[in-house]
Design a protein around this ligand. Sequence first.
Ligand code: 2P0
Length: 360
Amino acid sequence: MMRLSSDFKERLANGIKTCWTSPSNIALIKYWGKKGHQLPANPSLSFSLNEAFTITRVQTQLLSAGNGPEVIFTFEGERNDVFGEKIMTFLAGLANYFPFLPFVKLIIESGNTFPHSAGIASSASSMSALALSLVSIEQELSDNKYDEVAFKQKSSYIARLGSGSACRSVYGGYTVWGKHPDFENSSDDYAVPAAFTPGSLFVNIKDTILLVDPTPKKVSSRAGHNLMNDHPYAAARYTQAMGNLSKIKAAIINNDWESFALITENEALSLHAMMMSSNPGYLLMHPNTINIVQLIWEMRKQNYMKVCFTLDAGPNIHLLYPDTETEKIEALINESKQYCFRGKIIHDNIGKGPENKYCK
Ligand code: 2P0
């Protein structure tokens, strides 16, 4: 934690403005199950998206009595007190990390580049954008500065407390969250960039999201994580994820698409198998999710395409492929559209991570 400068109230009275864009991410090795306070039961690996991000602007006002924080939250131009309350709850747990919080009213304006109904998880991008903004404000109120690594680590730590997967969104490229012997600096407390050099197939990996069903899911991720607590297969699942993380690292470094595809699909199907075998069990896949999986497998076999799928906690298919394979994949995407909600698809690809340079 950084010490506040002696004139921090003056700085707050002048108003501090910060703004971050932060991306969503897609997990290849899935985080599913928690321990302690928002710590992962197994490590996960994801990459940040490029097009799907949240833009968050935060302005401070001084509350000199020190009875804050207060929040005014606007989402896409409209005041949203339901989200505002959620942010208040989140901030209430952060007093130990940000001693300035009692002295601020935060005016937060947020928006996404992707529609609500796109089936893209917004908690990762929005919580990471907010965490980065809070750490930026902390820096403005101190006479010291974090270096780049410490700044990102603190942001990742704070984002994790808001939503686990959000801690991976503070970086670009491939990111690991959770202690694993093959990733030297990995930690359960925050995510770190995956310190490997990806093979050429993985440098510009694409993620085309096939939107099967845009309606909100019936079982939240929070509830899903909780169901892992007494899950009969939990221990085996955590062991599987540890092994899959080692294997996928090797596949990405060795430019081995086939192994990558096997592991990625094994993770997606295992995640949903955990949901189905929870007590009570539930299904987030839609019949058209399965229709598309069958189509991918069929067309991949016929045409030797470098393509695979993954699934988030929802029915939509994330089609992953190297950018060099784009033309070959076109037919598969077109054929899949019949199973998509209003034929809707979203093109995305691996991205560079959060930025604040566009915010003035
Ligand atoms: C992941 N998911 O690794 C996994 C795979 C969804 C499927 O992390 O309760 O929103 O906020 O920590 O991060 C979704 O759960 O859960 C998730 P919380 P989160 O991306």
